[in-house]
Unconditional design. Structure first.
Length: 287
């Protein structure tokens, strides 16, 4: 969002004073204008800067304006760059895509291993030459395919039904989505290897899900959070994927502008999958 303020010395419909003609206009007693542009992405900082700028320009106008020329204040005009009409669905619907994919991945995988234990099939797997990575592959591939179908359906609904513009290339959103799906599946499997019952796995899943949503920037800007919580959001995969989805829909950002978020998703997903594989090997005896 951009904040633009034009400080003028006199109202006029033909004020075309250029920057080079500012001094001549002031000395000749003609109306002179100053344009101020503020980046409203940090609203508090922009508001403070606007207040200081208005005081500086006002003092200058009172000190240099010719006698008898009435002074005006700041004509503030706000412009949202990527959502000019300020419709909430433009900002919220892309964020819902990330939450639905995470919820689906956690739900389908958090109960996977613990269900095998309750049904007694895990004991049978322990005496087979099955490798942990093969076991995880069988648990993750179907969920990954379902998640990709879910992503396609939700994106289509966002564009067609809610009329949300998709300005980026699908080749930008797809790699980040695959990494986010991998992270969600890995988190679900890690929860599943730590829980003893399906009820415990289900409650643990929501114990992780709610803080990850709150600390993702979906409801509140991360910049407005306390500093310790801002650092905590760095390890939250929802935060990084949310930035990718919103940038893909609203700004049409490319991978060159989202490499930090994509790299973070890759690191978090790899580390979480490694932890789930270690837990499966050590905790359940599959070698």
């Amino acid at each position: 969002m951009a904040l633009a303020g034009a400080v003028v010395s006199k109202p006029t419909a033909k004020n075309t004073t250029s920057r080079s003609g500012f001094t001549r206009a002031m000395e000749g007693g003609q109306p002179a204008a100053v344009q101020l542009l503020f980046d409203g992405a940090q609203s508090n900082t922009a508001t403070v800067a606007q207040g200081y700028a208005a005081l500086i320009v006002g003092d200058y106008a009172r000190a240099h304006a010719p006698a008898g020329v009435p002074l005006r204040g700041v004509d503030l005009r706000m412009r949202a760059w990527f959502n000019p009409t300020l419709e909430s669905r433009m900002y919220n619907v892309p964020g819902v895509i990330a939450l639905l994919i995470l919820l689906m991945c956690l739900t389908l995988t958090a109960l996977a291993v613990v269900r095998e234990r309750e049904f007694g099939t895990l004991d049978q797997l322990m005496v087979t030459p099955l490798q942990p990575r093969e076991f995880l592959l069988g648990k993750t591939l179907p969920v990954a395919l379902i998640a990709l179908i879910d992503l396609a359906v939700i994106t289509l609904l966002a564009v067609v039904w809610f009329d949300i513009p998709f300005r980026a290339s699908p080749l930008v959103l797809l790699p980040a989505s695959l990494l986010f799906i991998l992270t969600g599946i890995a988190l679900g499997l890690l929860i599943s290897t730590m829980a003893r019952t399906q009820q415990e796995a289900f409650m643990t899943m929501f114990l992780f899900l709610l803080p990850s949503i709150i600390l993702s920037g979906f409801f509140y800007p991360i910049s407005s959070m306390p500093v310790p919580f801002q650092w905590l959001t760095v390890v939250n995969p929802v935060r990084h994927y949310l930035a990718v989805v919103r940038a893909s829909f609203l700004r049409g950002e490319g991978l060159d502008g989202l490499w930090v978020e994509v790299t973070a998703l890759a690191i978090i997903g790899t580390a979480t999958m490694g932890a789930a594989l270690w837990r499966l090997r050590r905790g359940h005896g599959i070698t």
